[in-house]
Design a protein around this ligand. Sequence first.
Ligand code: GLY
Length: 416
Amino acid sequence: MFTVKKTVYINDDCKLYYMKTKKIISAILIIYTVIFSACNIQKISIEGEKKDNYNHVVQTAQLQLTQQVKIIKDSGKLLFPWTAYNGQIIYTPETGWTSGFFPGTLIYMYELSGDKKWLDYGVEFSEALDTIKYLTRHHDIGFIINSSFGNVLEHIDNNVYKGVIIQAAKSLSTRYRDVPGIIQSWNANKQWRCPVIIDNMMNLELMFKATVFSGDSSFHKMAVSHADVTLKNHFRKDGSCYHVIDYDMKNGNVLNRHTAQGYAHESAWARGQAWALYGYTICYRFTKDKRYLDQADKIYQFIFTHKNLPTDLIPYWDFDAPQIPNEPRDASSAAIIASALYELTTFGKRDYKKTADKIMLSLSSPAYLAIVGTNGNFLLKHSVGSIPHGREIDTPLNYADYYFLEALIRKVNLEK
Ligand code: GLY
């Protein structure tokens, strides 16, 4: 069983913030609810059928995030909500792979509501991650910096923020290995020599953007090489992918095809499939190389023809989990997939939007969308971090919320 990454990747320096004053907070929430209803929250307008109305999601998001920010401000620190266990909010350290998602979610809240205060919060929380641009000890700098500063730059054209992207890409480049031509995900240890996880496809967006901002094509080239080597080695014939490929740095050969967070080496870990789909969508966006679009489509085919995909399209945490249907769902995978499908729709290969819309209907229903004042102030219930590590099982997760709101923004833009 995989154990080593715990120290690098999961819980180091993690702060637990226990809400002792639950009753007071509940009272505050009720007051907020009344005030916000009375203030006629700015509504997003989605053309089409009435049943497809997502105003309740935007309202829920505003109320949940208002409370989340209030708790943080009251603490006197700048904290980064990650997940919650029975209402206890868990914060990630700045170096944790999920720290950028809360700032990014605040910026998405701005996009959905038009209320500038959310952009200001997004900038404030992003700026608190500035020093992460020098982080070289794992590959997650792409997740952290792109979901925070990358989104700030969508609204504020600022050379300092562009410099953060470029420096972060330089830091990530230190993990590039000419042989086999990939960015190394985790450091070598007893178990791995040069491990690359499928999640790493998501870090390529940072590299592509760094070339756009700097004019230095080396970041783009590294990203393309990583995508190509991953395409060659990470996928099975059926379009599904492995989680971890371990490489020999002398000759570039594959040493092992393993999992760390999935059920088994030969199983299809749901979020891995989601990262792969989204990752090749990013690659197509920046390169227009049809091979990447075709790969995204193969992954789509795998996911949406799978016998174990439930009818509400929210996958189990692993497509091959042994106790299906009695296994936890992973709303985070569904949100990532929906967001990728909306972008793929703009590339016109297939009508992915209908599938994404179905996912969004499920995620926006009471089965997954939290009631205001519950769920540690996160939006979505029922995600899975890592069952093999025994953590975040059937909990909210900051990245589920991030990709959910991102998907909603993309949906709204498509329907304009
Ligand atoms: N990137 C880690 C995960 O998806 O859990």
